[in-house]
Design a protein around this ligand. Structure first.
Ligand SMILES: NC(=O)C1=CN([C@@H]2O[C@H](COP(=O)(O)OP(=O)(O)OC[C@H]3O[C@@H](n4cnc5c(N)ncnc54)[C@H](O)[C@@H]3O)[C@@H](O)[C@H]2O)C=CC1
Ligand SMILES: O=C([O-])C1=[NH+]CCC1
Length: 317
């Protein structure tokens, strides 16, 4: 049998091929499927082991390995994502990711593609799905804490999917927040403190590399929805204990949250539901209460995106 050479897809190609409009329904379906993994039969529909994380102590970083197999869709995929605690002013990226798409029958790699664009887009879309389900009715004010890559993808996705009257951003260094405001396609108010940005907001997105809380419960309006995207290590925090204990907590994966999320583990907060359980109608969307969606990222989200990118690429050949 002839050997096949994997297709190589660079960041700009992946960015162009991965259309936001295609993602929402596919990611909702994948989240729902993941959360139906109760029975033996369903468990076989989605195979997604917990992320393996290799510490890179010398560089204050980690390599995360995220394989996933979606049986019905026949998508076999593995993402490698490295992430680092960078010093202020360091020019190196905080994240780098590569996604391998494999032929599940033969086991060979069919495509090697940039995973950074995939990570940026799918994370923001999953956050927006949480907001669609859990934010208060008539949400008007969006607050973004952090001004990096995820802040940009969240701004783009949230402004595409919702109509907020006011959007605020805060970053540790004001000039970064100002730079962010200049770079996005639309208005955003730069705030001098996280407290100023968060107070009165209906939806608060935390997209920082913080290891200590940047958002305190006392600033959060009752009924607001918080999307916590950072703090993906068991000893890292973005949210304080008050917020975690008072809010109804939703996650992408229970196992992931109890293994990786410092906000969940260190606060002792109970996870109420997975997003997929809300999508499936087996758990309630308590949008009238203060809610937190603790996102950690899942291999199936990358798998859905990788297949879309590859199919789109093939169509254009
Ligand atoms: N849940 C998920 O699926 C994913 C989560 N992430 C996480 O999202 C977060 C943001 O990622 P990117 O935007 O790609 O990173 P980035 O490096 O582009 O931006 C990070 C932002 O955090 C700020 N920051 C760094 N240290 C801070 C501190 N101690 N306190 C307050 N702010 C601080 C920086 O100023 C910057 O605005 C990271 O924690 C990352 O690990 C990233 C990808 C997927
Ligand atoms: O899902 C993902 O790719 C990541 N989650 C935390 C860092 C990267």
């Amino acid at each position: 049998m002839a050997t096949t050479v994997p297709v190589l897809l660079a960041r700009d190609q992946v960015h162009r091929l991965l259309r936001h409009g295609d993602l929402v329904s596919r990611l909702e379906a994948a989240l729902g499927k993941f959360s139906r993994r109760g029975s033996e039969e369903e468990r076989e529909e989605v195979v997604q082991p917990l992320r393996t994380t290799v510490p890179l102590r010398k560089y204050r970083g980690y390599l995360g390995l995220m394989p996933a197999y979606m049986v019905e869709e026949d998508i076999l995929c593995a993402k490698m994502v490295s992430f680092y605690e960078r010093e202020e002013g360091c020019d190196l990226p905080a994240h780098e990711a590569t996604v391998l798409l494999l032929d599940p029958q033969r086991g060979n790699v069919t495509a090697v593609m940039d995973g950074t664009a995939i990570t940026e887009k799918r994370t923001a879309v999953v956050s927006a799905i949480s907001a669609k389900l859990l934010m208060p009715a008539r949400a008007e004010v969006l607050c973004i804490l952090g001004s990096g890559s995820q802040a940009a993808s969240h701004y783009e996705t949230f402004t595409e999917m919702f109509s907020f009257k006011e959007i605020r951003v805060w970053s540790r260094r004001r000039e970064r927040a100002e730079q962010f405001a200049r770079s996005v396609q639309g208005p955003v108010a730069v705030c001098s403190s996280a407290k100023d940005a968060a107070q009165g907001a209906d939806v608060i997105v935390t997209v920082t590399m913080a290891t200590e809380p940047v958002l305190l419960g006392e600033w959060v309006k009752p009924g607001a929805h918080v999307v916590a995207v950072g703090a993906c290590r068991p000893n890292w925090r973005e949210l304080d204990d008050d917020l975690m204990r008072e809010a109804t907590v939703y996650v992408d994966s229970r196992e992931g949250a109890y293994k990786e999320s410092g906000d969940v583990i260190l606060s002792g907060a109970a996870v109420f539901a997975e997003l997929g359980e809300v999508i499936n109608g087996t758990k309630a969307a308590q949008s009238e209460k203060t809610t937190v969606f603790k996102s950690l990222g899942m291999g199936i989200q990358d798998a859905v995106c990788a297949k879309l990118v590859f199919d789109q690429w093939k169509r254009q050949q």
